[in-house]
Design a protein around this ligand. Structure first.
Ligand code: 5GP
Ligand code: MN
Length: 328
């Protein structure tokens, strides 16, 4: 890829740096998703196969009850606050903004070499080696390519981790970022031993009953805007508690909203302690990252997120007004 504002190196150069160094800490973003954890574990598994020491850290908390526990190596990931060693090489995947690294930002600062591999559009470079490709469907796809430049076999474990990143970030190969390159990479991963049926069962056919109960509540809260063709719904912190739901139980709810006929933009709000987390998805060319940035968040054109430090009522009213104003 050409050198750009975000990218100052090549994957071959990153592969060379990885081959000549050791003592890796690999981090993703806060609220880790399949692409972030899949990219971390694919890379860690490859580096360990080269005989190197690689520790994966969560930016902040351990995601409890996550379906991502199916990924080889998940149990070995530690919260970054528990990492006490020194950091030779810090690799951030699926994140290129220190603010989204949570507690791991301190480790990032202390490393002798910092590497960023990401597919989120950014306008700054914060590491010595920065590789950001916004056109890549997932970060795990870039990591998969990078591992191809290392002297290591891309085994079934590595393939499974990379595949889950690609499957989840493309919404099971359905979203606008799903292109021929994503399918080619997926085919390579499957050839190397990723099992699509069992991985999709682990990730998508594995909902907790609390998640289903939460969806029941969410469906009762839907607000449609027929003129601007958007939909907003929410679940409060009390709703989550009433059905014993964890954060991960709410993740699939946005998919139900975006599946509705005639909807262009879907927004799901989830109450947390003292704040509200928002997820936005676009089914057409609407840039929902721009809307998320209005609230200090960000993400991709078609999938973004944000946090509002206010009550659910205030957050909902604000988001309804913003979407009404900003959508054409
Ligand atoms: P989700 O709705 O699944 O939490 O996030 C969708 C996408 O937006 C992901 O790519 C995620 O990394 C990004 N994203 C979510 N929340 C934020 C945020 O607060 N800031 C930034 N920069 N990106 C976010
Ligand atoms: Mn991603």
């Amino acid at each position: 890829m050409a050198i750009s504002a975000q990218t100052n190196t090549t994957l071959q150069s990153i592969a060379q740096a990885l081959s000549s160094r050791d003592g890796f800490v690999i981090c993703g973003h806060v609220n880790p998703d399949g692409d972030c954890v899949g990219s971390q574990l694919a890379l860690a598994n490859a580096l360990r196969a080269l005989g190197k020491t690689a520790t994966c850290v969560f930016a902040q908390d351990i995601p409890h009850e996550s379906t991502l526990t199916c990924l080889p190596g998940f149990d070995g990931i530690i919260p970054s606050a528990e990492y006490t060693g020194s950091v030779d090489t810090f690799i951030a995947v699926d994140v290129s903004d220190a603010k989204r690294m949570g507690d791991a930002a301190k480790l990032f600062e202390s490393a002798s070499l910092r590497i960023i591999i990401d597919h989120h559009e950014v306008d700054t470079r914060i590491s010595e080696l920065n590789y950001v490709e916004p056109d890549a469907a997932s970060t795990s796809m870039i990591v998969w390519q990078l591992i191809g430049y290392l002297e290591v076999e891309r085994d079934p474990d590595i393939a499974a981790c990379a595949y889950v990143g690609l499957m989840t970030d493309t919404g099971r190969f359905q979203f606008q970022n799903t292109d021929a390159r994503a399918f080619s990479a997926a085919a390579e991963m499957v050839k190397s031993g990723a099992d699509p049926a069992s991985l999709s069962t682990s990730i998508y056919q594995n909902r907790t009953r609390a998640s289903v109960s939460l969806e029941h509540i969410m469906l009762g809260n839907i607000i449609y805007d027929d003129e601007k063709e958007f939909v907003v719904s929410w679940v409060s912190r009390d709703d989550m508690e009433s059905v014993g739901a964890k954060r991960s139980d709410a993740e699939s709810l946005i998919d139900t909203l975006r599946s509705i006929r005639g909807i262009r933009v879907a927004c799901m709000l989830r109450g947390e302690d003292g704040c509200v987390r928002g997820s936005l998805r676009a089914k057409d060319a609407t840039d929902v990252a721009r809307i998320a940035r209005m609230y200090g968040g960000g993400g991709h054109v078609a999938a973004s997120g944000f946090t509002i430090h206010d009550t659910m009522d205030a957050a909902r009213n604000s988001v309804l007004a913003t979407l009404e104003k900003e959508l054409s």
